[in-house]
Design a protein around this ligand. Structure first.
Ligand code: MCN
Length: 783
C-alpha cells in the first residue's frame, strides 16, 4: 500500500500573509484604481421613505461643468432585461415586487431615483445637488411588529398587504406537547436592526473593453455569483463579463449581494464606452447597503418539572425592508433548523412571516438567522431554569444532545460534537465559584456596580453546502466549490480557489493546506482568487463555507495531483504506484530508499512531457469540485461576566470566556481572530448597536456618531479555549468558524446583565441593553 505523510502545516500558527501589505497601505481596493478616462457616478437618493417622484428636472444638472450624462429611472428602464435578482423565493407564492436599480417611487429613505455621471467625483456630487425632484409623499410602514396590523399603510400598495411570505417547519404533535407540558415558558424578543459596517464601504468600477466585454471590479464577497446575475439582469453574454473582487475591506454578509450600483455601473460603462466608478460614502452605506436582523420572535419552551424539554416553538416576524435583495427572504431560514440549539427536543415548530417595511432592505449579516435563533433559545433556557428553580447549567446539561451523528427534530443531522466537553472546559477557564463569590459580596455590600455572569451554549449549521438541500429549500444556486492546484515547471505552486476572502485569511490558510499535503514550503504556494478570469468557477464566501467546502475542494485537488505524480514516478522507476511512498514532497520506492524523486522534479517532467505514461496528458495540475454531503456543525459554550452600574444603567463586559469547537483547526491564529471579531459583533448587538427609524421612516442612526459601533476600549481581552470533534463528513475534519462568535455572544451578555440585576427583580432587558433600558428595567422592577 502506498503511503502519504504530511508536512505538519495543518494546525500551525502561520502568520497571516495578507496582513503586511494591508497594514502598510499596499492593498488594492476598488477606489485605488483609476483607469484613464474614468467617470464618476453619484446616485441621487430619495430623502423620503415612501414617495412618488411627481416631477424630476435633470436639466440644471446636465448642464453643470464636467457632467457627461444624467439619467432618471425612466431613462434606463430599457437597459434592464430583468428586475434585480432575488435568488431565494422561499415559497411558491412569495411576493417579490419588481425592484430596479432606479425608481420613480421611493420605498425607503435612500432608494435611488437618478444618477449623475461626470468627469470627476466632485463635479458629479455638485451636479447631483442641482437635480430638482418634486415628491408626493406616501404613508409608511416602519415597524416590523405592527406592519401586518389592519390599517397599516402598504409598502407596495399593489400587493394589498405587507406580508411577503409565511414559511413553516414543524413536527406533528408540537402543539399537543406544549398544551400538555408541566411547565411552559413563552417570551417575546426583539432582534434589533443592525448595520454591518464593513471598514471599506462598497465600491464599483466597470471598465468596458474593445470587444464588447466589460470588467467589473467590485468590493464584493461573491464575484462568481455576481457575474451570473449581472449578466442575466443586463441580458449580456456572460462570457463577456469578467468580475474582479480586489482587496475587499470586510463585508460581514453585506457584500454578498447584487446591488443597484453594480448594475448601473456596468450598464452605463457600456452606454458611454468609458470606465464608470462609484464609491460609497459611509452615510450612504447606512442607507443603501443592506441591514441585518430586525426580527420579533415569540419563543416557547415546554418541559417536564424535572427539566426535560419536550417542545420548542418559534413564531417570527422578519423584516424584509422595502424590497427583496439577493437572499433577503432566506435569511430566517438559515436559522430554521437550529431553534432547538444543542438540545435534544423532540417536538419542533418554526413559523416565519416575512414582512415588508419602508426601510433599507435586510439581508445577510454575520450569522444570518442563527444568532436570532440562538438568542431566543438561550434567553429562554435561563427563563425556564428560573421557572423550574433549576440551575441554568444543569438544565442545559440535562438536555444536551450526546450521541452523534444526531438527527434532530427539525430534520437535519448534526455531524459531530461534544457539548458537555465544551461546557466543562469553559467552566475550568471561568472559575465560576470565584465569580459567584464576588457577585455575592457585591450584593451583600449593596455596591453600585453589580456583577452578573451569563452563559450561552450553542450549535449552528454552516458551511453552506449540500446543493441538494439548498435546492430543496428553493435557494437558486448550488453549494459546491471548486479548486485547482497547478504545479509550475519551476517548482512553485498555484492554488486557485472559488472562494473569495475579504478578511478571512484564505491566502494563508489555503497555502497551509496545499503545503501540508504536497510537502512544500508554505511560501512556495501562491493562492489566486476573486477574479472570474483566473478562477472561472466557484461559489464564493459566505455562510462560513469557505474552509469546509472550498478548502476541502483544494485538498481533493491536491490528492489528484499526488496521484498523477505517483503514476509518473511509477512509470519512470518501473515500479507499481503502490510501491511508492510520498512524504515531505519526495517519492521513495519501498525497500530502495536511494531511489527517490521530488514532486518538483515531476512537475518539470510533466511539463516537458518527454517520458510520461502512455496516454497521460502533460502538466501537473488538477481541479476538484466538491459538494459536501452535509452542513458543518460547530458548537461550543460562551460565558460573559458583566458589571452593571445600577445608578446609571451602564453595562460593561469585564470578562468574556469562549470555548468553541470547529473541528480540525487549520490555523489557530486565524480561528482566534475570527472568534474575536465575531464576539465583538455579538457584544455590540447586546449592548450598543441598533439602527432605528422615526415614525416617518427616517433613519435616525444615520452615521457612526449615532450608531454605536464599539471599539477595543469597550471590550475586554477575550479568553479563548477549544475542544475538537472533527467533522466526519469531510477528509479534513473541518467545520466553519467565521460566524460562531456572533452567534453565541449576544445571549451570553444579556443573560449576564439580567443575572447582575436578578436580585433587584429584573427578568428581561431588550437588546441593546443601553444605559437607559437597563436603568428603566431597574426602576420598573422597583414598582
Ligand atoms: N479556519 C480554520 N480552521 C477551522 C475553521 C476555519 O483555520 N476549523 C479558518 C479558515 O481557514 C479561514 C477562516 O478561518 O481562513 C474562516 O473560515 P470559514 O469559517 O470557512 O469562513 P469563511 O472563510 O467562509 O468566511 C465567511 C465568514 C462569514 S459568513 C462572515 S459574515 C464573516 C467572517 O467569515 N465576515 C468577515 N469573518 C470575517 N472576517 C473578516 N475579517 N471580515 C469579514 O467581513
Amino acid at each position: 500500500m502506498a503511503t502519504t505523510e504530511y508536512k505538519g502545516y495543518l494546525g500551525a500558527p502561520v502568520k497571516r500573509r495578507e496582513d503586511e501589505p494591508l497594514l502598510t497601505g499596499r492593498g488594492t481596493y476598488v477606489d485605488n484604481m483609476a483607469p484613464v478616462g474614468t467617470l464618476s457616478m453619484i446616485v441621487v437618493r430619495s430623502p423620503y421613505a415612501h414617495a412618488r417622484v411627481a416631477n424630476i428636472d435633470l436639466e440644471p444638472a446636465s448642464a453643470a461643468e464636467g457632467v457627461v450624462a444624467v439619467f432618471s429611472a425612466a431613462d434606463l428602464q430599457d437597459d434592464w432585461k430583468a428586475a434585480m435578482p432575488c435568488a431565494w423565493p422561499v415559497t411558491e407564492d412569495m411576493k417579490n415586487p419588481p425592484h430596479y436599480p432606479l425608481t420613480d417611487t421611493a420605498r425607503y429613505q435612500g432608494d435611488g431615483i437618478a444618477v449623475v455621471i461626470a468627469e470627476s467625483r466632485t463635479q458629479a456630487k455638485d451636479a447631483a445637488e442641482l437635480i430638482e425632484a418634486d415628491y408626493e409623499s406616501l404613508p409608511v410602514a416602519v415597524d416590523v411588529a405592527t406592519a401586518l396590523d389592519e390599517g397599516t399603510p402598504h409598502v407596495h400598495p399593489d400587493l394589498g398587504t405587507n406580508e411577503c411570505y409565511v414559511w413553516r417547519l414543524e413536527t406533528d404533535g408540537t402543539d399537543d406537547a406544549i398544551a400538555n407540558a408541566e411547565v411552559v415558558v413563552t417570551r417575546t424578543y426583539v432582534q434589533p436592526r443592525l448595520i454591518p459596517n464593513a471598514i471599506e464601504p462598497r465600491g464599483v468600477l466597470a471598465v468596458p473593453g474593445q470587444m464588447g466585454d466589460v470588467t467589473l471590479y467590485s468590493a464584493t464577497q461573491i464575484p462568481h455569483i455576481l457575474r451570473v446575475l449581472v449578466a442575466a439582469t443586463l441580458g449580456m453574454n456572460e462570457s463577456k463579463l469578467r468580475v474582479v473582487a480586489p482587496d475587499v475591506g470586510g463585508g460581514f454578509g453585506s457584500k454578498c449581494d447584487v446591488y443597484a450600483e453594480e448594475l448601473l455601473a456596468v450598464a452605463l460603462a457600456r452606454r458611454l464606452n468609458r470606465p464608470v466608478k462609484w464609491i460609497e460614502e459611509r452615510s450612504e452605506n447606512y442607507l443603501a447597503t443592506i441591514h441585518g436582523r430586525d426580527f420579533v420572535t415569540e419563543y416557547t419552551l415546554a418541559a417536564g418539572k424535572d427539566g426535560t424539554i419536550t417542545a420548542c416553538r418559534a413564531k417570527v416576524k422578519a423584516a424584509m425592508g422595502a424590497y427583496l435583495q439577493l437572499v433577503t427572504p432566506g435569511i430566517p431560514l438559515l436559522g430554521a433548523w437550529v431553534y432547538a440549539g444543542p438540545y435534544a427536543i423532540p417536538n419542533y415548530s418554526v413559523e416565519f412571516t416575512g414582512v415588508f417595511t419602508n426601510t433599507t432592505p435586510t439581508d445577510a449579516y454575520r450569522g444570518a438567522g442563527r444568532p436570532e435563533a440562538t438568542y431566543v433559545i438561550e434567553r429562554t433556557m435561563d427563563a425556564l431554569a428560573a421557572e423550574l428553580g433549576m440551575d441554568r447549567l444543569e438544565l442545559r446539561r440535562k438536555n444536551f444532545i450526546t450521541e452523534f451523528p444526531a438527527t434532530i427534530a427539525s430534520g437535519l443531522t448534526i455531524d459531530s460534537g461534544d457539548y458537555h466537553a465544551s461546557l466543562d472546559h469553559l467552566l475550568e477557564k471561568l472559575d465560576l465559584d470565584a465569580v459567584r463569590a464576588e457577585q455575592v459580596k457585591r450584593r451583600e455590600n449593596g455596591d453600585v456596580k453589580q456583577l452578573g455572569v451569563g452563559f450561552s451554549t450553542y450549535c449552528e449549521m454552516c458551511g453552506l453546502a449540500p446543493s441538494r438541500i439548498l435546492g430543496a429549500i428553493r435557494y437558486a444556486a448550488g453549494g459546491w466549490d471548486a479548486a485547482t492546484i497547478r504545479c509550475l515547471p519551476t517548482g512553485s505552486i498555484q492554488a486557485i480557489t472559488g472562494t473569495s476572502p475579504h478578511g478571512q485569511g484564505h491566502e494563508t490558510a489555503w497555502a497551509q493546506i496545499v503545503a501540508h499535503q504536497l510537502g512544500c514550503d508554505v511560501d512556495e504556494v501562491e493562492v489566486l482568487h476573486g477574479d472570474t478570469s483566473i478562477s472561472s468557477i466557484g461559489m464564493d464566501t459566505y455562510g462560513s463555507r469557505s474552509l469546509p467546502v472550498g478548502g476541502v475542494a483544494l485538498w481533493l485537488a491536491g490528492e489528484k495531483v499526488v496521484e498523477k505524480a505517483r503514476q509518473i514516478v511509477a512509470h519512470q522507476f518501473e515500479v507499481a504506484p503502490d510501491d511508492l511512498d510520498f512524504a515531505d514532497g519526495t517519492f521513495t520506492v519501498k525497500g530502495s530508499p536511494d531511489k527517490e524523486t521530488t514532486l518538483k522534479t515531476v512537475a518539470f517532467q510533466a511539463w516537458s512531457a518527454h517520458d510520461l505514461p502512455d496516454g497521460m496528458e502533460p502538466s501537473l495540475e488538477a481541479t476538484a469540485v466538491y459538494d459536501p454531503p452535509n452542513f458543518s456543525w460547530p458548537g461550543g459554550a460562551h460565558a460573559a461576566v458583566v458589571e452593571v452600574d445600577t445608578e446609571t444603567g451602564d453595562a460593561r463586559v469585564v470578562r468574556y470566556v469562549a470555548v468553541d469547537d470547529c473541528g480540525t483547526v487549520v490555523n489557530p491564529i486565524i480561528v482566534d481572530g475570527q472568534i474575536h471579531g465575531g464576539i465583538a459583533q455579538g457584544i455590540a448587538t447586546a449592548l450598543y448597536e441598533e439602527a432605528t427609524y422615526d415614525e416617518d421612516g427616517n433613519l435616525q442612526t444615520a452615521n457612526l456618531v449615532t450608531y454605536l459601533v464599539p471599539t477595543a476600549c469597550e471590550l475586554p481581552s477575550f479568553e479563548l479555549g477549544q475542544t475538537t470533534t472533527p467533522s466526519p463528513t469531510n477528509p479534513l475534519g473541518v467545520k466553519g468558524v467565521g460566524e460562531t462568535g456572533t452567534i453565541a455572544a449576544a445571549p451570553a451578555v444579556i443573560n449576564a446583565v439580567v443575572d447582575a440585576l436578578a436580585h433587584l427583580g429584573v427578568t428581561d432587558i431588550q437588546m441593546p441593553a443601553t444605559p437607559e433600558r437597563v436603568w428603566r428595567a431597574i426602576e420598573e422592577a422597583k414598582t
